[in-house]
Design a protein around this ligand. Structure first.
Ligand code: GLN
Length: 534
């Protein structure tokens, strides 16, 4: 295709209906028909990016290869499509305004009054079209965060209205709504959907396809009713029923004919069927495990599962690869101590200590690692989890009293984790960490080299602190070995304890790279080690 086609995905009635999964599933189906597809997300909040947000706000911050701190939906896009996203795939209101205000200060508007329409909406439209510029994608799917009717999303909906008008058949609007089941009446209700489409119509946007999230099947009478009230064809009323795993959704959408409906509406004649053989194989492995393990995920944001979204999904991929059902037990790091570690962790086949920032819960993480190390329980430490493994080893094996990271204890006598040189003069918090992909060289005969099956890897980072090379020899002599190095700067990226069945700490975030088609080698080897123990 020469001209990229645009599909906008909006949501109504309530948040959390799964726009990200629907966008990813549609993208998967189009990709499985041989099209080149990308997905981008526009978030209506004023933060320039989600990097400064607490995970309790919108869940995990996902990091792209090129170092953008983004919304967690980008993780779904990558996991479904097995293709990297970039800075351009996530844009917030804050970013839009920042650009417009910078242009204004620069004098670019030549004396005009700068307004929401057309200046903000033009900037939104430019960003929406950015990924289509050199024709690298047949389809650009754009997910608009928030819910139609929110004040915050108005400029985005207005931009969609304008683009739909400009592009005609090359633009399509999907609207995701809720069809709730009222138990007392024993009925599915269409009124919230009608109201939400009305709200969209008031903004000048007629949706082309409605995707109705529901707990019960939509019968044809109900589909016809929705079609009639919302000016859509009844074939364009698509059911999105609750399902046990998000990875079923592409198949459900295929059954509902979503991809075919999209192509038909865009006048694209295509006799092919989506080829989902690999996806089907993954689901078969996922649904027919022959082993079972329990992994303790130790972190301080465990109340909100979205805080560790990519880690949880990595376990799903690695579980399927190992034909193993992975139960992840979330364990609050503030509730663990040396005294209760045995009681809390005894039943775990593996322990993962999560990434994080700040002092809260840090001692619990260290106690969990001590327990894993001393009891030969497979351990994977990710970012802060790796740093805690280094601190634990320093305190309990090297007998470095009060060893710590200078993030938590500025004047520790043993700063085994310390601020990177390049971070020492950083003042702004937004977008200033060590971010994105860096190469790493693995040591021969290490567990990680065996897991990856190669010596040169590239992984994504998001941190300010590092292993302190001043103590490198002490660690090596006592049995904690750096097995992954960023050679250009001689930074330790991985530590291992070879005498332990599986003890690996990584300064990077392997979870950002795990996809359905390509489960992450470290998660795969960790689950295997847990299985061998179980
Ligand atoms: N707080 C640590 C640092 O900045 C670890 C960050 C993380 O776990 N992502 O280095």
């Amino acid at each position: 295709m020469i001209q990229s086609k645009f599909i906008f995905v909006l949501g109504g009635v309530a948040s959390s209906l799964g726009k990200g999964i629907i966008s990813s599933s549609l993208a998967k189906l189009l990709q499985a028909r041989g099209y080149k597809v990308t997905i981008q997300k526009f978030d209506p909040y004023i933060n320039v990016d989600p990097g400064t947000l607490n995970p309790y706000e919108h869940g995990e911050c996902y990091v792209t290869r090129d170092g953008a701190e983004t919304d967690l939906d980008l993780g779904h896009y990558e996991r479904f499509l097995n293709q990297p996203t970039t800075q351009a795939n996530n844009v917030t209101t804050g970013r839009i305004y920042q650009t417009v205000i910078e242009k204004e200060r620069h004098g670019d508007y030549l004396g005009e009054t700068v307004q929401i329409i057309p200046h903000i909406t033009d900037e939104i439209k430019n960003r929406m079209k950015l990924l289509a510029v050199d024709g690298q994608f047949d389809f650009v799917i754009t997910e608009i965060g928030g819910t139609v009717g929110d004040i915050e999303s108005l400029p985005f909906v207005e931009a969609v209205r304008q683009l739909k008008w400009e592009m005609g058949v090359n633009a399509l609007v999907l609207h995701l709504t809720l069809v709730p089941y009222l138990a007392a009446a024993g009925e599915l209700k269409t009124k919230p959907t009608q109201h939400s489409v009305k709200a969209l119509l008031e903004l000048g946007v007629q949706p082309d396809i409605l995707i109705c999230r529901t707990e019960h099947h939509l019968h044809s009478g109900l589909r016809n009713k929705i079609a009639l009230f919302c000016n859509v064809e009844s074939t364009s009323v698509i059911e999105s029923i609750d399902t046990e795993t998000i990875y079923n959704v592409p198949l459900l959408m295929r059954e509902e004919g979503l991809d075919g409906e999209v192509l038909r509406k865009m006048n694209i004649k295509d006799g092919k069927k989506p080829n989902l053989t690999e996806w089907d194989n993954f689901l078969k492995r996922l649904k027919n495990p022959v082993h079972e393990v329990t992994i303790g995920l130790v972190g301080k944001y465990v109340e909100l599962k979205d805080s560790y979204k990519s880690i949880l999904e990595s376990f799903v991929h690695a579980g399927a690869a190992n034909l193993t059902k992975v139960n992840v037990k979330m364990i609050h790091s503030e509730k663990i101590s040396d005294e209760n570690a045995d009681e809390t962790l005894r039943k775990m086949d593996g322990i993962l200590v999560a990434p994080g920032f700040g002092n809260r819960g840090i001692e619990g993480k260290i106690s969990a690692i001590k327990y894993a190390r001393e009891n030969n329980i497979p351990f994977l430490g990710v970012c802060l989890g790796m740093q805690c493994a280094v601190i634990e080893f320093a305190r309990n094996v090297l007998n470095f009293d009060d060893a710590h990271s200078t993030e938590m204890h500025k004047r520790t006598p043993f700063p085994v984790i310390d601020l990177m040189e390049s971070q020492k003069n950083v003042e702004d918090l937004g977008g200033t960490m060590r971010l994105g992909a860096y190469p790493c060289t693995l040591t021969e005969n290490s567990k990680v080299a065996a897991a990856y099956g190669k010596f040169h890897i590239e992984e994504r980072h998001r941190h300010r602190y590092e292993f302190n090379n001043k103590f490198r020899e002490d660690f090596i002599n006592a049995g904690m070995i750096p097995t992954g190095i960023y050679e250009e700067k001689d930074l330790v990226e991985i530590v291992e304890i070879p005498s332990h069945p599986y003890f690996v700490g990584v300064q990077f975030h392997p979870e950002y790279k795990s996809t359905v088609a390509s489960p992450h080698p470290l998660f795969v080897s960790f689950v295997k080690a847990a299985r061998d123990k179980a």
